[in-house]
Ligand binder design. Structure first.
Ligand code: ZN
Length: 142
């Protein structure tokens, strides 16, 4: 199982402590709404909506939301679910075609422009020549 994370928004905790005002839709324990709840713009940094994850190139990776954002819009209550950022995974994994393209590009960088032989090392960009064709290029200026 994954370790639980702390869910709260310190500024709102402080506000409630100092003033006794309970901010509407702030319910980090879920006591009021049955699910940990945060007001719009006051969600903890370690949580993100699906849309925010997508913007960061991430996806929930099958994990359920751990909290929600509630807000009012034209007298209606709206909800957005919050996912843990630390459990999110990159949205795309490289396809076989992409991997092949990368491998080809890396091989091109090891191929000498002069003799055409693919070397086990990267060809210096300055000369495009392997160390056999141009031994001085790789010698660190000796
Ligand atoms: Zn060469």
């Amino acid at each position: 199982m994954t370790a639980p994370i702390a869910l709260h928004f310190p500024v709102l905790d402080e506000l409630a402590e100092r003033t006794g005002i309970a901010v509407e839709f702030y319910d980090p324990t879920g006591a009021r709404y049955g699910f940990p709840t945060f007001p719009y713009h006051y969600a903890p940094d370690n949580l993100a909506t699906r849309r925010q994850l997508r913007a960061a190139g991430l996806r929930p990776d099958g994990h359920d939301p751990v909290a929600q954002i509630l807000w009012r819009h034209r007298a209606q209550r709206r909800v957005a679910y919050l996912y843990r950022r630390d459990l999110a995974k990159p949205k795309w994994s490289a396809s076989p075609g992409q991997l092949a393209a990368v491998a080809k590009a890396l091989e091109a960088r090891r191929t000498c422009r002069h003799c055409g032989i693919t070397r086990p090392y990267y060809i210096p960009r300055s000369t495009g020549a392997c160390l056999v064709c141009e031994p001085a290029a790789g010698g660190g200026g000796r």
